[in-house]
Design a protein around this ligand. Structure first.
Ligand SMILES: C[S@@+](CC[C@H](N)C(=O)[O-])C[C@H]1O[C@@H](n2cnc3c(N)ncnc32)[C@H](O)[C@@H]1O
Length: 246
């Protein structure tokens, strides 16, 4: 499934990702507000890890707040966009599978974030649990983990609701269609692009996990992390957890 996800981003989503977000400044501000409210403070000499960083919707605000960010993604195109936008901010943008993040650390992390529904892109529940185990093992004492992902279980869409108009302007239309399966959801992204002859349609699909938010929270507790925040708002789950200071 990982190869399928990377292909989907490389050939279909990465080239239109910034356009898809729309008001990028507003999205960056929302992240900044989230991190400030969550008290994700940088430690002296420590690092913050951004897993599945995309073009930097989390990495850039974190760096602006003073974090030294190690940002991983497998999309070369999104990482190039991140480097351009980051300028002189302290962000190390690395092209690698996010599950390899410990290889890129020389000290335990003060903060690890995996946000914007990236967690559901992993190939299996076992892979998610292994990533959670790695995050707990690589956090410094007192370190914080922030996860946000779509609740594709409690917030399952029905019938025509599954056709989601993501963004439209005069030259492009992005519609997402969801097909639910057992523990997974197939995501079909339809892009219509205006061309001289009319409209060109391109379609690409990938599979996401339907993660049980209670299950993810329980796994974090089993790993010894203390849950500080656990809520779901408009179908987006937020989990904030802390490793004990001892
Ligand atoms: C939905 S996007 C979220 C990006 C960013 N966090 C945001 O909120 O805009 C998911 C990102 O994770 C990346 N990704 C998914 N699975 C990955 C993996 N196994 N290793 C590295 N990157 C991955 C994709 O390339 C994409 O940039």
């Amino acid at each position: 499934m990982s190869g399928e996800v990377q292909r989907h981003y490389d050939t279909h989503l990465a080239p239109i990702y910034v356009w898809m977000v729309g008001d990028v400044a507003a999205a960056l501000q929302r992240s900044l507000d989230f991190f400030a409210a969550a008290g994700l403070k940088p430690g002296a000499g420590g690092v913050t890890v951004d897993l599945g960083c995309g073009f930097g919707l989390q990495a850039i605000p974190l760096a602006e707040l003073g974090h030294e960010v190690v940002a991983l993604d497998f999309s070369a195109e999104l990482l190039a966009e991140l480097r351009t936008r980051a300028g002189a901010l302290p962000i190390r943008a690395i092209q690698d599978d996010l599950r390899n993040f410990p290889r890129h650390l020389t000290v335990p992390a003060d903060v690890i974030v995996c946000m914007g529904d990236t967690l559901t892109h992993l190939p299996s529940l076992a892979a998610v649990n292994e990533l959670l185990r790695l995050t707990a093992a690589n956090l410094a004492p007192g370190g914080l983990l922030a996860l946000t992902f779509r609740d594709h279980v409690g917030s399952e869409l029905k019938g025509v609701q599954r056709f989601i108009p993501v963004r439209t302007d005069s030259d492009r239309i992005l519609t997402c269609f969801l097909e639910y399966g057992d523990g997974v959801v197939d995501v079909h992204d339809l892009v219509h692009t205006r061309v001289p002859e009319g409209w060109r349609q391109s379609v690409s699909s990938y599979r996401k996990l339907r993660l049980e938010r209670e299950g993810v929270a329980a796994e974090l507790s089993l790993l010894g992390l203390q849950i500080l925040r656990h809520d779901v708002e408009q179908g987006l789950v937020t989990l904030l957890a802390r490793k004990s200071a001892a």
